[in-house]
Unconditional design. Structure first.
Length: 107
């Protein structure tokens, strides 16, 4: 079992204003899923992209929008988001505080 404060995990800057921490991954013995915590600065956005795998997202704090091909849906603390595989998507911070969310993906 691994128990750790997520801020103890080194963050990588995915792009300006977006930090990612892989808090649980294969190095921890997790063979199927990777858990990441993202911090998105006000005005910043994750890249608009798609890939074969799904995402499960839980918003911890801040406000923003989940962007898909068809719309932008407001998100905030306690929002849950399911992004199917191959769907174009990104997460934009539209608020004044850090948008922080957990994102779980399969390997």
């Amino acid at each position: 079992m691994k128990i750790q404060k997520y801020r103890e995990v080194k963050a990588t800057e995915e792009m300006p204003g977006v930090l990612k921490r892989e808090v649980i991954n294969a190095d921890d013995g997790a063979p199927n899923f990777c858990m990441r915590v993202f911090d998105v600065d006000p005005g910043a956005s994750t890249p608009y992209h798609n890939h074969a795998w799904e995402h499960e997202v839980f918003v911890l704090g801040g406000t923003g929008v989940a962007v898909s091909e068809n719309d932008e849906t407001p998100i905030s603390a306690e929002s849950v988001v399911f992004v199917p595989g191959e769907e174009l998507h990104c997460f934009k911070n539209t608020g004044n505080e850090t948008l922080r969310f957990i994102c779980v993906i399969p390997y």
